[in-house]
Structure formats: structure tokens, C-alpha cells
Ligand binder design. Structure first.
Ligand code: AOF
Ligand code: ZN
Length: 398
């Protein structure tokens, strides 16, 4: 199951709005462990992109005849519905799988019921293996289903000493071009980008996905290596259909480069308590849809600010499932105080400034015991910069 979870993460930027799922097929022959058939691995697969074959189908294709009498280990309960692809329960039964080991039951009412169907066909099913780890890996999809609000990723860029701008306010190009390209891939995976009105006033960002032709080609090559020529960015085929996880109801499609894939532009949301965003702001251009969310419209907290819990409910109601919170420090602090951050992606540049604003303002922490502790899920170099992906610990317990 640990291997299946690892496989599931390969789809992180391309499966939204569908789940990240991994599957390992063990053959019937070979050493038999305490839990039953645990032969050698004969097939591995993961869900590569929304609308494409599910993880089980990819793993079964690799296993071929060797799946007969074997065990399927899968991070999410096999689906029992015909959506954009056929039911995985039938694929497993047809392949002669004898036993299915599942981490997390499928909470999507459209697709659920797989375990019962498999059992009715004489397949041995075990549920709940490494369920917490698998749920963490698929939190981006499970959180909206369970809480009826979008999953929220807070992204920031800072120097090694945690500053997101210099003392004079200049903040352009803290990180290198590779990290900036990575942010555009992340934007292409989400359906909503949120910023504060202060950031719009200070930086006038456009907040659109702009993958240049080279990035799109790289991404396509990465997927082509798995025998699939689809681009590794979320394209128009990837949204607006499918189960309860489907989102992007308001997405706008634009071609990012001649001959390149049409990327779905996320909804741009400006959190603007007083409604001060200028009409000339770039975020209001026609490249993507924009919502300037005011306190009057959404509802206000006691201090007159936009009520962020209500903002997320409103976004969920309009079909949004995956939010990238891009700043600035004040809005990010308010999201932390409201307990609404599900994941952190931090780009840390090997530079120090010694003065200038921090990446995060007041997050409601006044003493070291109250520090918001995170579990690190992934660390890697993106060009010269460090990218850290982490999950708040309290959130996991909740
Ligand atoms: C996936 N990938 O590997 C598994 C899924 O959009 P559809 O029609 O392909 O169906 C999506 C539903 O199928 C999804 O919401 C989930 O409940 C179930 N399982 N989905 O996209 C997979 N195993
Ligand atoms: Zn399926």
C-alpha cells in the first residue's frame, strides 16, 4: 500500500478535479504472506489525468494475464460506476482478481459501492489499510467531499530568512525562473486563485496560467514516457464532468502557445473587504474570470473583514474545489487564524535580506507552544531554489 500511495502522487498536477489514486497488482504465485496472496508485483499504475483510465485499469493493463488469481492493492475503493470510463469493479472481476486491499472507502456517492459489488462476485475485500496515509496523499480530493469547502494550498516565496520583499518594498524575482514556471504548473492544477486586495494594489498581478511552449512540451514528454500523449497540464478535457469532485464550473480556456494545450484558467478571486480594487487592475482583464469578493457580499467578521469561512463556502457552492492562496502576508495570516490552510508550498530562495516584510503576517500565534507545526511531505530543488511541501499537523488530526 505504501508503494501504491507513492504511485498515486505522480498525478498531483494533472488529476484535478479527480482523485490521486495508485494501484499495485500482486500475482497469485510467489511467496504467500500472513495476510494471504502476496505474490510478486506484476503491475503498477496510477491515475494520470482527469477523464483518463483509473489507476486500477492502468495497473491491470501492465499485469495482463498475470493478474489472474492475484491481489489488487489500491489507495481508493474501486469505482462501481460508468463515468468517463467504465467501472473498475468490472475490470478487476474480468481480470480474475481474487483479493482487493483498499485504503480509503470512496465517499463520492456516484462512484461508491465498489467493495460490496466485488464481494458479491466472490472477491475477498479488505478496507482501511494505511487509511490515514492514503487520505493525506489524496486530501486535495477528499477535503471538499468531506467538509464542503475547497482544499486550500498556501503558496509563498521567500528568502532563507523568511522575507518576501526588501525593505524598499521591491519583491520581483525573489526566486528563479524554474520556481516561477513551477508556480504556473500549480496554478494550472487548481480551479481558483485567491489574493488579497493589498497584493493587487502593490504588485498588480495578472494571476493567469502562462506555461510557455517549452514548459508545455516538457510536460507532454513526461507523460508520453508512460505511453500517453496527453499534456501534463490540466486541459479542457479535465474539468466540468465526472463525480462530486468535479469543479471549475467557471473556468475559461485559452491556448497558452501556438499548438500548445488549451489550459483551463482558474477563477481569480480578490479578497477585498472594502471593494477598493481599481477597475484598471490587471486581475480584471479578460484573460480569466474574476470575482472581487467584498465583505458586503460575502459577510464580515467582527472586525469588518471578509469572513473567509463563508468565502470558501460560497466558492464551493459555485463549484470550486481547489484553491491556491497566493498572498499577501496579511490575507495568509487571516487564513491561518481561521484554520483554513490545508497545505503549504513554500519556495525558498538561497538569499538573505535582513530587512523587509515577512512572507506571513500575524497568524494568531503569540508564544512558541502555539507554533503551527507542519509535517513535511516533499522537499526538492526547483532550479536554484528549494521547494517545501508540508501539511499542518492539527489539520491532520481534525
Ligand atoms: C479517478 N481515478 O483512479 C479512481 C477513481 O471522472 P470519472 O468518470 O473518471 O470518475 C471519477 C470517480 O471515480 C471519482 O470521483 C472516484 O469516486 C472514482 N475513482 N477516479 O478519477 C481513479 N479510482
Ligand atoms: Zn475506477
Amino acid at each position: 500500500m505504501r508503494r501504491a500511495i507513492e504511485l498515486s502522487l505522480n498525478g498531483a498536477y494533472t488529476t484535478p478535479p479527480n482523485p490521486d489514486v495508485g494501484c499495485v497488482i500482486l500475482g497469485a504465485t510467489g511467496a504467500t504472506g500472513a495476510t494471504g496472496a502476496t505474490g510478486a508485483t506484476v503491475g503498477e499504475g496510477w491515475h494520470e489525468r482527469a477523464g483518463g483510465p483509473h489507476a486500477e485499469v492502468n495497473a491491470l493493463a501492465q499485469a495482463g494475464e498475470r493478474a489472474r488469481g492475484g491481489t489488487a492493492v489500491v489507495t481508493l475503493e474501486p469505482c462501481d460506476h460508468t463515468g468517463r470510463t467504465g467501472p473498475c469493479t468490472q475490470a478487476l472481476i474480468a481480470a480474475g482478481i481474487a483479493r482487493v486491499v483498499v485504503a480509503v472507502a470512496d465517499p463520492n456517492p456516484v462512484a461508491a459501492g465498489g467493495a460490496a459489488t466485488l464481494r458479491a462476485h466472490g472477491v475477498d475485500v479488505e478496507l482501511g489499510v494505511l487509511a490515514d496515509e492514503a487520505a493525506d496523499a489524496n486530501a486535495r480530493w477528499l477535503t471538499p467531499l468531506r467538509t464542503h469547502r475547497p482544499f486550500v494550498v498556501w503558496k509563498f516565496a521567500a528568502t532563507l530568512d523568511g522575507r518576501s520583499a526588501a525593505a524598499d518594498g521591491t519583491s520581483r524575482w525573489i526566486t528563479g525562473p524554474e520556481a516561477r514556471a513551477d508556480v504556473h504548473r500549480l496554478r494550472a492544477a487548481v480551479d481558483t486563485v485567491v489574493v488579497g486586495a493589498g497584493t493587487v494594489r502593490a504588485d498588480d498581478p495578472q494571476l493567469t496560467v502562462r506555461l510557455d511552449a517549452a514548459d508545455a512540451a516538457d510536460a507532454a514528454d513526461a507523460v508520453a514516457a508512460d505511453g500517453d500523449d496527453a499534456p501534463a497540464v490540466r486541459t479542457h478535457t479535465g474539468v466540468g464532468h465526472g463525480g462530486a469532485g468535479a469543479g471549475g464550473a467557471s473556468a475559461t480556456q485559452v491556448a497558452v502557445a501556438p499548438g500548445g494545450p488549451a489550459v483551463v484558467q482558474p477563477l481569480r478571486v480578490v479578497v477585498d473587504s472594502g471593494g477598493t480594487t481599481p477597475v484598471s487592475a490587471r486581475v480584471r482583464d479578460d484573460q480569466a474570470e474574476t470575482w472581487v469578493a467584498t465583505a458586503e457580499e460575502v459577510g464580515a467578521t467582527a472586525d469588518g473583514r471578509v469572513d473567509l469561512t463563508r468565502l470558501l463556502t460560497r466558492l464551493y457552492e459555485r463549484g470550486q474545489r481547489y484553491v491556491l492562496l497566493e498572498g499577501g502576508p496579511t490575507l495568509a495570516g487571516a487564513f491561518w487564524r481561521a484554520g483554513l490552510i490545508d497545505r503549504v508550498v513554500g519556495y525558498v530562495a538561497p538569499a538573505v535580506l535582513g530587512a523587509g516584510p515577512a512572507a506571513l503576517a500575524d497568524a494568531g500565534v503569540n508564544t512558541i507552544d502555539a507554533a503551527i507545526r507542519l509535517d513535511v511531505a516533499d522537499v526538492r530543488m526547483v532550479g536554484p531554489d528549494l521547494r517545501i511541501t508540508a501539511t499542518p499537523q492539527d489539520h491532520r488530526k481534525a
